[in-house]
Design a protein around this ligand. Structure first.
Ligand SMILES: [Mg+2]
Length: 264
């Protein structure tokens, strides 16, 4: 059994793993809801963006962002260029053809709103700080070094997080086992002494599992992809004792029917 940094164990649920790996976007940094709030703001200035429901616009924005993400991460195109194109396509969705110059103005305005409105996932910062006193903390993220370093500074976690492991730097992205193996090697722990916490079923839960790391699913938006595995899950950091108990529990994954899903 691995003792935590204070040398204590927790009889009710085992000791805290030596290393806790966290996803960044939509686990600690509230990316999706910041996008939504920014779209709400720019719809006030450009009413044609209100011709489709907000949720339609939001989901399409997130989808287009995901499509362009790899090219931006690998430096094949700039974030600004990809954002401009997103607004050309969103305008089309709203029945409006816009010129590149208009897309540029809207894109800049969106970016301004995003920077003003960005925030942490509620409860995530105190939770990471609390664990950092007793475990090594690493971020494992499908993003660039500069963007995620800046976010850590913005969140005030740059001195709390011990390691930042990015897809850009490793050259592989979640769910590839390679990025998790890089995180283990960087933090110097065995897979069995780590746990992964993230919001993405595919990238975080299945990815970690493929690398032999157990995972705890932050099922924030109550998504049910009909998982073929029973995975401990939670929907909010607002009950930190409960989330920590899930991290300490060694019973992380069972085949369906072997045990009831963890309580929410
Ligand atoms: Mg995420």
């Amino acid at each position: 059994m691995v003792l935590d940094r204070e040398g204590s164990t927790h009889p009710e649920g085992g000791s805290l793993p030596e290393t806790v790996l966290f996803d960044m976007d939509d686990t600690i940094f509230d990316h999706s809801l910041t996008c939504r709030a920014s779209l709400v703001a720019i719809r006030r200035t450009w009413p044609f963006l209100r011709s489709v429901p907000l949720d339609t616009l939001w989901h399409e924005y997130l989808r287009l962002l995901e499509v362009a993400h790899v090219d931006v991460m690998l430096g094949r195109r700039s974030a600004e260029d990809a954002r401009r194109e997103r607004f050309v396509l969103l305008a089309e969705l709203c029945g409006r053809k816009i010129a590149g110059t208009d897309a540029e103005v809207i894109s800049r305005s969106y970016r301004r709103e995003y920077q003003l409105r960005r925030r942490a996932v509620p409860g995530a910062i105190p939770f990471v700080r609390r664990l950092s006193r007793r475990a090594t903390i690493a971020i494992v993220t499908n993003n660039t070094v500069s963007e995620q370093e800046e976010k850590l500074r913005f969140l005030g976690l740059d001195r709390t997080v011990d390691f930042l492991v990015t897809a850009e730097e490793v050259g592989a992205k979640k769910p590839d086992a390679e990025i998790f193996q890089a995180a283990l090697s960087r933090t110097g722990v065995r897979a069995t002494d780590a746990v992964m916490v993230g919001d993405s079923w595919e990238s975080d839960v299945l990815g970690a599992r493929a690398a032999g790391i157990r995972s705890v699913w932050f099922n924030r938006f109550a998504v049910h992809p009909d998982p073929p595995l029973e995975v401990p899950e939670f929907r909010s950091f607002r009950s930190p004792d409960r989330v920590e108990a899930l991290l300490r529990s060694r019973a992380s994954m069972r085949e369906p029917g072997a045990a009831a899903r963890s309580s929410r």
